[in-house]
Design a protein. Structure first.
Length: 384
């Protein structure tokens, strides 16, 4: 956040800053979503509350999306429409865990999991992943965590992940899901980066991502319109809920926010047209070209280890060899911003223990910005 504040200040002062911090695609919502939004607002609909778990129409459409992508038959009654994936986590954690429970999270990982768990008096248990496993969680790591720290009630996992972009193969994910089932651990699967995958290489080769519900319906599968469809600000997502949690989430949702945003629910239907899928897939192709450029720039930058970017739009890279006089990536990022006007996210946000040696670079920015940023980073590093 300090880096983002500084970006704003520098830009206000007239500096040209290249920001590779954004966790959002730049293109915005698909055409059919925008068209629906225009019609909706012109039509004078009062846009009142809906049911706490969303409109029947959107719940059906989301079930249809699971049929399309994963070949899954899902009862629309198991779908909860939520205020983004973020809203789904609050509801899922409240329903699935009790104060005093312990829930495992992967480090590096998306910071909101641990922060939300803390806020609910649930203790997050870190499981470190690194280059030895391609930054992917393994059942061996789960066994080792139980042996060292005792049992836990849940596991929150994203594949593809933020900040690493690493993704598990279906077999690897199935092994994790079956380990959870065998240890009475509730798996919460964050599927928000599904669809933003790079099928030419890596274990996710032919996959949009593995939906946890294709493995075990006692898991909670969370997803969102934010990333693949580029609809971050619309604040709309969903969760697939096991039968034993459905009633609790229904009751909680009505109390937490009454219902997910009605305008966003109505226009989100436009995300499931052929044209919208085609536009979103085209945006993924553009991301893939930027990913290739970054891979090709790694030797020049001297960064490593680098997590495999199987999906999402982040490069998680070790920069220890480039830190020079700077004690950690926090100071290094600050200096890079001041000297060269390039903003990256220091790894400490996503990994409080080892993140001082890493940065996260988001390649959601344009190719021109990325090419220029790499040049500036290279000259910053050359000066030491
Ligand atoms: C891994 C992960 N999960 C969830 C979210 C939150 O997404 P939403 O906009 O759907 O609330 C983000 C946002 O960056 C994310 O990176």
């Amino acid at each position: 956040m300090a880096i983002l504040d500084r970006v704003v200040t520098l830009r206000d002062a007239g500096r040209e800053v290249l920001s590779l911090c954004a966790g959002e695609p730049s293109g915005g919502a698909p055409t059919d979503v925008r068209t629906l939004a225009g019609e909706l607002h012109a039509g004078g609909d009062p846009l009142g509350y809906t049911g706490p778990l969303g409109t029947a129409e959107l719940r059906r459409a989301i079930a249809g999306h699971h049929q399309r992508w994963y070949g899954l038959e899902i009862d629309p009654g198991s779908v909860a429409v939520t205020t983004g994936a973020s809203g789904a986590f609050v509801l899922a954690f409240l329903a699935a865990f009790d104060a005093g429970d312990r829930v495992a999270v992967v480090r590096p990982g998306y910071p909101a999991y641990r922060n939300l768990l803390h806020a609910l008096d649930v203790e997050p248990i870190d499981i470190a992943v690194g280059p030895d496993t391609g930054f992917r969680l393994t059942t061996e790591a789960l066994d080792a965590t139980v042996a060292a720290r005792g049992p836990f009630a849940g596991l929150v996992l994203a594949s593809p992940a933020n900040p690493t972009g690493s993704m598990m193969s279906r077999d690897q994910f199935a092994a994790i899901a079956s380990w959870c089932a065998g240890h009475d651990v509730r798996l919460v699967s964050d599927e928000i980066y599904h669809g933003i995958t790079y099928p030419t290489e890596g274990p996710g080769a032919t996959s949009r991502g593995t939906c946890a519900w294709s493995l075990d319906r006692s898991t909670i599968a969370v997803s969102s319109f934010s990333k693949y469809w580029g609809m971050t600000g619309w604040r709309i997502g969903w969760a697939l809920l096991p039968d034993d949690l459905l009633g609790a989430v229904d009751a909680l949702a009505g109390n937490v926010a009454l219902c997910p945003p009605t305008p966003a629910q109505r226009v989100a239907l436009g995300a499931f047209t052929e044209r919208s899928y085609a536009e979103a897939d085209r945006a993924v192709e553009v991301l893939a070209a930027k990913r290739t450029f970054l891979y090709d720039s790694l030797d020049r930058l001297g960064w490593g280890p680098v997590a495999p970017v199987d999906g999402a739009f982040y490069l998680w890279a070790g920069i220890r060899g480039q830190l020079g006089e700077h004690p950690s990536s926090t100071e290094w990022c600050r200096a890079l911003l001041e000297d060269e006007g390039v903003a990256l996210v220091p790894g400490t946000d996503m990994d409080p223990i080892d993140g001082g040696g890493f940065i996260r670079l988001s390649f959601a920015a344009s190719m021109e910005v990325i090419v220029e940023a790499v040049d500036r980073i290279a000259s910053f590093q050359q000066r030491g």
